[in-house]
Design a protein around this ligand. Structure first.
Ligand SMILES: [Zn+2]
Length: 255
């Protein structure tokens, strides 16, 4: 057991009702009963805070018909964390609902996969089906952060701080990465969109947005290999997360 023991919190900031089955699952399946929740995650040992993803901006989320329940900043504040003082932010991938809130973290370094930046600032941007999930101003904000020296690039797997790592799992996007952390119960995984729902992984029925189907499935495998047990795996958008984990406040649960 590592000396580093972190706690992980899922903070719900957004919601969408009525997600059709064909959007959530690649093969035939019932529609997700609870729709879709939107989270940011906090990893903390009480001293070091690592935030995973920054959510969508209110205007962009609303334009897409998503409910913006609160700023992720307010959820973090409920856990006693001032977003303005957070030093480490992992961006799991560049879709609009994950990189929309970078301005909430003026003192953070942002950890991204090299391939993700290369793809979305290059060839990927000209493909209509790819562009759908991108909000360009958010991407430009990331470019500015990079030129301000505030983006750290990872190619593959890397430890961000002792006991917390990112793992590349190309599939949903080219530079998709999930996060693992040492907890008192073993190694836990925040999958972000490497698995939106528990059912995506459990039934090998992947979320119906991907650039590489086999990559997504191999990502599921790597998540299983990384986590000490299945109940330490937290999917990225599943309303069941709020039911299965321990409630600490409205829309906030602890792993
Ligand atoms: Zn997402």
């Amino acid at each position: 057991m590592s000396a580093n023991q972190y706690r992980a919190y899922a903070i719900r900031y957004g919601h969408r009702d009525n997600v059709p089955a064909h959007e959530a699952f690649h093969r035939p399946h019932a529609a997700p009963a609870g729709g879709m929740d939107y989270f940011v995650w906090l990893i903390t040992d009480g001293q070091t805070n690592i935030v995973v993803d920054t959510g969508f901006g209110e205007a962009e989320g609303t334009r897409r018909g998503r409910q913006f329940l609160r700023s992720p900043e307010r959820g973090l504040a409920e856990l006693g964390v001032d977003a303005a003082r957070v030093e480490h932010v992992v961006l799991s991938h560049f879709h609009y609902d994950h990189i929309g809130g970078t301005a909430l973290f003026p003192n953070a370094t942002f950890y991204v996969q090299e391939q993700e930046m290369r793809f979305y600032t290059g060839a990927g941007g000209s493909l209509p089906v790819i562009r759908e999930s991108i909000h360009v101003p958010e991407l430009l904000a990331l470019l500015e952060l990079n030129y301000a020296g505030r983006v750290k690039f990872v190619d593959g797997d890397a430890e961000i701080v002792p006991g917390v790592s990112v793992h590349k799992a190309s599939g949903h996007t080219p530079g998709m990465q999930f996060v693992s952390l040492d907890t008192s119960r073993g190694r836990a995984v925040l999958t972000s969109d490497a698995s939106h729902y528990y059912a995506n992984m459990e039934e090998a029925n992947v979320f119906n947005t991907f650039v590489d189907l086999v990559g997504v499935l191999r990502g599921h495998q790597r998540i299983r290999e990384t986590a000490s047990s299945p109940d330490l795996i937290l999917p990225g958008h599943d309303p069941l997360v709020l039911q299965r984990l321990t409630r600490v406040a409205d829309g906030i649960v602890e792993l």
